[in-house]
Design a protein around this ligand. Structure first.
Ligand code: MN
Length: 452
């Protein structure tokens, strides 16, 4: 007799579809089978039953240049839950001179008691100078604290690592058994292109795309892959947005390098033409930038072919007012998207025949859980956390700010109609969304230690 049995649904696991009941006891998946007996039942007739979504790349209440990204841990995690995501990974950004462990503790404290779903944190490696070399010694302690992934940047003043610093940091993380997630763009060259464009009076949003050419994304990946190989550090490329970058990842993988990558709904569904939408154009500024329709096709193919393994959101929301600036270079980067991810990938991937149902589950949940060291997440299998989404593939929804729980007040997917939306969501066996209504409480979510 299980605590709870979900019956009449079609279970979609990373391995395939299965017409079976799902038995849940003690907050874990206990059994998959027919005719399971439970103290309680949920009827999932006509629905898919899938592992809760894992979004390994979000920025909630992130400070940036005097602003703070619009979704708090509270609002952003509620939006994620309503969209079928039950685990997210956000970031620790240590201040100048701040010990990494102190920064980790502070960021954890901000989220705990607030979040609707479980969460982990990536440790951002600050720009290291020779005088700060002792910080490398903290890396093993950070891994031991359950923060096994380190975010590094090849662009942006303040966090950009040159190749020497990147090599040293990759080596330190590899020695500690950790892994690296990377923002890959050739920052120093982009900085020159941006300054030149501004000096020539080019301030329109489209110049954000013109000054971040795809080749500078791809060559950064090439260099990073070789450095990762020299150090033996597993490497995960964030927000891959163009065909050139896919080709570098495939080529590096073919050379035997331990490299994987993600893309995001904005790169799969939007193009740089959005920047030409007058006053709207600045809303779509994110880095790497949106590219061309041909890149979207390449990204869908790469997801289907396992050249890319994950769809995250890089959710980083700002209000319209915050996005309105005199020139493109002053616009805070990032777009919202934490809520509609599963539905967008289902509708535009599965419903268009580009992804199988099991591939949808892999890229939205299983693969990120596996690479990021979330050992109890991302699978409908005995012993895993009972993070479960009952997803109604026939539910039609037109996306707008009014239909979402995100706080930005706008969405890049405004007016998109999708078939398929999460109906009910369980976090470790507890119902937090019922018939599309959020019914959880702040602090339902916990910090999840991730293993190296
Ligand atoms: Mn990001």
């Amino acid at each position: 007799m299980y605590d709870l049995v979900i019956r009449n649904g079609l279970l979609i696991t990373a391995e395939g579809a299965l017409d079976a009941d799902l038995g849940i006891s003690d907050a874990q998946i206990a059994a998959l089978g027919l005719g399971l007996h439970g103290k309680r039942f949920i009827d999932a007739a006509g629905c898919y039953v899938i592992p809760g979504g894992v979004d390994p790349h979000v920025h909630l209440q992130m400070p940036l240049a005097g602003l703070v990204s619009t979704d708090s841990f509270r609002s952003g995690s509620v939006a994620a839950a309503c969209g079928g995501t039950t685990t997210f990974i956000d970031f620790v950004t240590p201040g100048a001179g701040e010990p990494l462990l102190a920064a980790l503790a502070a960021r954890k404290a901000e989220a705990q008691g607030e979040v609707a779903i479980d969460f982990g944190l990536h440790m951002t490696v600050p720009t290291w100078h020779a005088t700060e070399e002792q910080r490398l010694l903290e890396v093993p302690e950070v891994v031991a604290a359950g923060c096994a992934t380190f975010k590094m940047y090849q662009a942006y003043d303040g966090v950009m690592l040159d190749d020497v610093a990147l090599l040293r940091a990759l080596a330190a993380v590899a020695d500690a058994g950790g892994r690296v997630v990377l923002h890959s763009e050739t920052g120093p060259v982009i900085d020159v292109l941006r300054a030149d464009a501004l000096a020539e009076g080019h301030i329109e949003p489209i110049w954000h795309e013109y000054t971040r050419p795809a080749q500078l994304e791809a060559t950064a990946i090439h260099r990073a892959a070789e450095l990762a190989d020299l150090t033996g550090c597993p490497l995960f490329i964030f927000h891959v947005g163009c065909a050139e970058s896919i080709a570098e990842i495939v080529a590096a993988h073919d050379r035997g390098i331990d490299i994987h990558g993600e893309t995001c709904p904005q790169y799969l569904l939007l193009s740089a033409e959005e920047h030409l939408g007058g006053a709207q154009g600045a809303l779509f500024i994110c880095a790497p930038p949106l590219r061309d329709p041909e890149d979207q096709e390449a990204l869908w193919r790469a997801l289907a072919n396992d050249e890319l393994q994950v769809v995250s959101t890089d959710h980083c929301p700002w209000t319209r007012a915050e996005k309105t600036r005199r020139d493109f270079a002053q616009v805070p980067g990032g777009v919202p998207g934490i809520e509609a991810r599963l539905s967008l990938v289902h509708h535009f991937g599965v419903n268009r025949g580009l992804l199988s149902l099991e591939r949808w589950v892999q890229v939205c949940s299983t693969n990120a859980a596996s690479w990021m060291g979330l050992t109890t997440k991302g699978r409908l299998a005995p012993g895993y956390d009972a993070d479960v989404v009952i997803f109604d593939p026939a539910r039609e929804k037109t996306i707008s700010p009014a239909t979402l729980h995100e706080a930005a007040g706008w969405t890049p997917y405004n007016g998109f109609s999708v078939f398929g939306w999460p109906r009910t969501v369980l976090l470790r066996g507890q119902m937090i969304v019922e018939n599309e209504e959020y019914i959880g409480a702040p602090g339902d979510g916990r910090f999840v230690k991730r293993e190296a």
